[in-house]
Design a protein around this ligand. Structure first.
Ligand code: NCD
Ligand code: ZN
Length: 343
């Protein structure tokens, strides 16, 4: 039996939700990952250090007995975020980053920033405090084609942003295009990116295989195969600028399978198996540990984990559904076989 032993990984981009939903999904992440950067897009969002402290307490309280997990908190940037809040975030120690969503880009982003230039005062403070900026890197203009929104964001907003704030640490989250990979590769060492399992495993064809498949719909949307191949090359290249962030984003089945379904793929249940399959597909399993367990903490200036985990080469069937409030939750690639198992 082939086994893969790795340093315990962390998830550098995770949606945990709140209340009963949080209770349903947290054990999955805590089983595989030691820590996660927790997204602040609740409704209403986590905008202050006080909000983040209370949310962190709720996450820790929702953790089943016997499991350990460290939530690394983020603040949701709005037009009204103050420099004082950034300074307080840095001083808190448990707030690790600030998340930028363009208003209207994705789930619960209505509070997001209406014009990135309005935040220059905040970015200056973040640069000074050395607190990372996490970007949902898509423009939201309705006239821009949905498949081009990341590329246009990089050209119009990101290149100017990093030239205005050259020392700001930036993570371009859940990258999906060759343009994003090229940008990150050409940028300074303080610019990194996270990559999800779905963008390594699927092209946009998965959205339409035999019919419309809402459980493959996430934002940024899956792209052409040529982009997937570039992402896979980046993830398996051994370049520390690219690291693991699942963007596991749970939505109850009935909110995805409807005339206007929510964006988000659920992968916390089987994240490491999905990544292992993607890396194995290009014969790069030897690059998985650094991508999953080393480059993230290095970028965030945190210690690497010391505990180990094991993946076994063993085929199992991803469940059709896992329990979740209101309706079940459909994991990515539900009902299909996967050839690695986290044990
Ligand atoms: C995320 C969610 O549901 O919160 N959805 C998604 O498709 N990725 C929001 C986000 O990260 O864009
Ligand atoms: Zn996300």
């Amino acid at each position: 039996m082939q086994k893969l032993t790795l340093t315990r990984p962390d998830d550098w981009h995770l949606h945990l939700r709140d209340g009963e939903a949080l209770k349903a999904v947290l054990p999955h992440s805590a089983r595989q990952f030691a820590r996660a950067i927790v997204m602040p897009n609740l409704n209403p969002p986590i905008r202050t250090v006080a909000d983040a402290a209370a949310y962190r307490d709720r996450i820790l309280a929702a953790l089943p007995a016997g499991q350990t997990f460290e939530p690394l908190m983020t603040l949701y940037l709005t037009d009204n975020t103050t420099p004082e809040e950034i300074i307080a975030a840095k001083a808190s120690k448990f707030v690790k980053a600030v998340k930028y969503y363009p208003a209207g880009a994705t789930t619960n982003s209505d509070f997001g920033v209406t014009d990135i230039r309005k935040c220059d005062r905040i970015f200056a403070t973040m640069e000074q405090e050395d607190i990372p900026l996490l970007l949902h890197g898509e423009v939201t203009n309705i006239e821009v084609d949905v498949f081009d929104r990341e590329k246009v964001f990089i050209e119009k907003h990101l290149i100017p942003l990093v030239s205005r704030f050259p020392k700001l640490r930036v993570v371009l989250e859940h990258i999906t295009t060759s343009e994003a990979v090229e940008f990150v590769l050409s940028a300074n060492h303080n610019i990194a990116a996270t990559i999800t399992p779905q963008h390594l495993l699927f092209s946009r064809n998965a959205l339409f295989k035999g019919g419309i498949r809402p459980h493959y719909y996430c934002l940024p949307i899956l792209k052409r195969e040529k982009h997937r191949l570039v992402l896979l090359q980046a993830a398996t290249s051994g370049n520390p600028k690219f690291f693991l962030g699942t963007d596991s984003a749970p939505h109850a089945r009935n909110t995805k399978e409807r005339s206007c379904g929510c964006a988000g793929c659920y992968s916390a249940l089987h994240a490491m198996e999905l990544y292992a399959e993607a890396f194995e597909g290009v014969d790069a399993l030897d690059k998985l540990e650094a991508f999953a367990s080393f480059y993230g903490p290095d970028f965030y200036q945190l210690p690497r984990n010391t505990e180990k985990i094991t993946l076994e080469k063993k085929t199992w069937c991803i469940p059709n559904e896992v329990p979740f409030p209101d309706a079940g939750l459909v994991p990515l690639r539900a009902g299909e076989e996967i050839s690695w198992q986290f044990i």
